[in-house]
Write a protein that binds this ligand. Structure first.
Ligand SMILES: Nc1nc2c(ncn2[C@@H]2O[C@H](COP(=O)(O)OP(=O)(O)O)[C@@H](O)[C@H]2O)c(=O)[nH]1
Ligand SMILES: [Mg+2]
Length: 180
């Protein structure tokens, strides 16, 4: 007999290593995951309870370890993808200062598609993180517009987890998506 633990979180925070998932969950909840500027600091999903304006708690999960090939098990990917299965909303975090944020979006999206089990159809919201760290050479608005063209209805939010920029509108949208 084999028992499997699947976490119960309403919102799964996904994205490539270093996107800022652990930082975000530590800022919006009381969870204190490991944070560092190298990949794979988080090897277990961490859960955090985020309060709605109504006072109700909603569980968010920081899902680590998603990389290209995760659906085949690369980098423990399967272990982590399994935890996303029961979430209602996926918050996909992208490091806007990374070399190619659009390509990063596609890497994760392809993993969701390849894993199957309805993950690619889960309601999603995209956050472009680290807007506090962009210089004049980077046009966040243009990147957001480019993503928006690909995503259609799926909303894109520029945020900074560290500088706490744009978090309120992002959470508002999540509460909206979760409301029946
Ligand atoms: N400048 C800046 N750095 C950030 C932000 N969010 C996370 N980081 C940094 O990015 C690195 C990776 O963050 P972490 O939360 O561990 O990413 P994870 O691998 O997705 O969990 C750390 O050095 C964080 O301090 C942000 O909003 N702005
Ligand atoms: Mg992490």
């Amino acid at each position: 007999m084999r028992l499997e633990l699947k976490l119960l979180a309403e919102v799964g925070i996904i994205g490539l290593p270093n996107a800022g998932k652990s930082t975000l969950i530590s800022v919006i909840s009381a969870a204190k995951p490991k944070i560092a500027d190298y990949p794979f600091t988080t090897l277990v999903p961490s859960l955090g309870v985020v309060r709605k304006p109504t006072g109700d708690g909603t569980v968010f999960a920081d899902i680590p370890g998603l990389i290209a090939g995760a659906h085949t098990g690369a980098g423990l990917g399967h272990e982590f993808l399994r935890h996303i299965e029961r979430t209602r909303v996926l918050l996909h975090l992208i490091d806007v200062t990374s070399e190619d944020p659009i390509a990063n979006y596609h890497i994760i999206e392809q993993e969701l598609q390849a894993y199957g089990r309805g993950l690619a159809d889960r309601r999603q919201i995209i956050a472009l993180n680290k807007v506090d760290a962009v210089d004049d050479t980077l046009d966040v608005g243009a990147i957001a517009a480019q993503l928006q063209a690909i995503l259609g209805q799926i909303p894109v939010f520029p945020i900074s987890a560290v500088a706490r920029i744009g978090l309120e509108p992002l959470l508002q949208e999540i509460w909206q998506l979760l409301s029946p």
